[in-house]
Design a protein around this ligand. Structure first.
Ligand code: NIG
Ligand code: FE
Length: 436
């Protein structure tokens, strides 16, 4: 009989991290980065011109003790304090904070190859969903999967993130849509967090679609009166999210769910104005949400409402690209309005099957006219603040966790410029090498 560990070894075919987290932490000195991209700056999300200030140290170095950054500076200064620390020579490569991916659907079973092929033939996301594909088809596969299978697939996805240079992800439930199946996904996330060095921030997205056989109002009752109390009692999520869109959850239903979640102590995020401009951004402003995500259809009034309520927009160009649309969110107007823009992958099997933040940087620059520097800020320090972790991750500053990536290029702009080719050299979480 095979034990659990053997079963994992056979199912999980992704590359394994070299070290597990929370092992003995030693000292480390990284020297000779062509650019040490520190993102040093005010202790809050960056807005306007601040998005372009990366705090670069040329021929930079970094001293790490017990998993935390002790010091950054020019290599010769760091070298003087090396002591018995292990030395990592970055050899003229770029060193920067690990990407913080603030919007993913990391736990699901299977794929959506049929949807992909139908879209290539010209069908839309909504048409495919009506014809039996879409979120519902992933729900059926996810319900049928055992905890062990889901965890194995989640580990494979987590390894993809690490190998793209991402060290923290937000991850949502939403492919269960019954009390037990939603809790199953959140518990898999909890197990994943223990098993992998990737930092995970869990979000409850029970309101992702209305399950077959239930009316929207019947399901609303399940989400509010059965799921949310369990999620809160078991402390399974930090955030609550809703897919606020005609045909999924309308403004009033979304308001009801998010208001109850807020009372239970969860912070709020929302899939809003993705397919239609239905007032979702304004709802997120009204509720004092932490983020409003997607926003492809949001107009200037929606942007003004987000600014007034200090809500961070999370832009997901990977899903616009993969759905074959050309309607990207208005990133420039948002930056000019003073919003603390965040970029994320929206990794999921339907609308955005990519774990790659460098791909998202490329799309942000080419399609949304963000500069490479703005895109880096949006995917590190601003993303960290959007997960209530701006004081711990997202920049290379003394006292923060030593979560960083070394990229095989000399100039940070190369990360957004070359696309379709991995440039990750190595990745560190809490000072331990975890990928490559
Ligand atoms: O962010 N819009 C809703 N949720 C996902 C898509 C999920 C899916 O198609 O499986 C999104 O695009
Ligand atoms: Fe999403």
């Amino acid at each position: 009989m095979r034990g659990r560990a053997d079963a994992f070894a056979n199912i999980c075919d992704g590359p394994r991290p070299l070290l597990q987290k929370n092992l003995f932490m030693s000292s480390l000195a990284v020297l000779h980065a062509s650019q040490l991209v520190t993102l040093t700056g005010p202790r809050r999300p960056r807005i306007g011109p601040e998005l372009s200030e990366l705090g670069i140290i040329r021929d930079g170095g970094l001293l790490v003790r017990d998993g935390k950054i002790e010091k950054t500076g020019p290599s010769d200064e760091i070298e003087r304090d090396v002591g018995d620390a292990e030395i990592v020579n970055a050899n003229g490569r770029v060193v920067m904070p690990g990407f913080v991916d603030a919007h993913t659907h990391l736990v699901f079973a299977g794929n959506r190859l049929d949807d992909f092929e139908r879209r290539a033939r010209g069908e839309t996301y909504q048409q495919i969903a009506k014809a039996g594909g879409g979120i519902w088809s992933t729900v059926e596969k996810t319900r049928a999967a055992s905890d062990l299978d889901l965890l194995a697939q989640a580990k494979k996805h987590a390894n993809w993130f690490l190998h793209c240079g991402t060290t923290t992800v937000e991850a949502k439930s939403g492919y269960g849509l019954t009390v037990e199946d939603e809790l199953k996904i959140l518990r898999v996330l909890r197990q994943l967090k223990k098993a992998m060095p990737l930092e995970i921030v869990p979000t409850f997205l029970g309101a992702h679609a209305v399950p077959r056989k239930l009316t929207p109002d019947q399901y609303l009752d399940v989400v509010i009166n059965e799921m949310l109390p369990r999620v809160s009692a078991e402390k399974l999520a930090e955030f609550c999210d809703v897919f606020c869109e005609p045909g999924y959850f309308d403004i009033d239903q979304s308001r009801k769910i998010l208001s109850v979640a807020k009372k239970l102590g969860l912070s709020l995020r929302g899939h809003v104005d993705q397919l239609t401009n239905s007032g979702g951004a304004k709802l997120m402003a009204e509720l004092g949400a932490t983020t409003a995500d997607h926003l492809e259809q949001t107009d200037e009034q929606g942007i003004a409402a987000l600014k007034k309520a200090n809500v961070q927009p999370v832009l997901l160009p990977g899903s616009v690209y993969a759905l074959g649309s050309s309607r990207y969110p208005r990133a420039r107007e948002m930056i000019e309005a003073g919003l603390a823009v965040v970029l994320a992958t929206d990794f999921n099997p339907g609308s955005s099957p990519t774990p790659s933040m460098p791909m998202v940087l490329s799309l942000a620059c080419a399609q949304m006219k963000m500069s490479p520097a703005e895109a880096i800020t949006a995917s590190t320090i601003n993303a960290a603040y959007s997960l209530n972790r701006g004081d711990r991750i997202g920049s290379l500053e003394p006292g923060k966790l030593a979560n960083f990536a070394i990229f095989d290029c000399r100039d940070y702009r190369e990360l957004a410029y070359w696309f379709g080719i991995p440039q990750t050299h190595s990745v560190y979480v809490r000072g331990e090498r975890v990928a490559w």
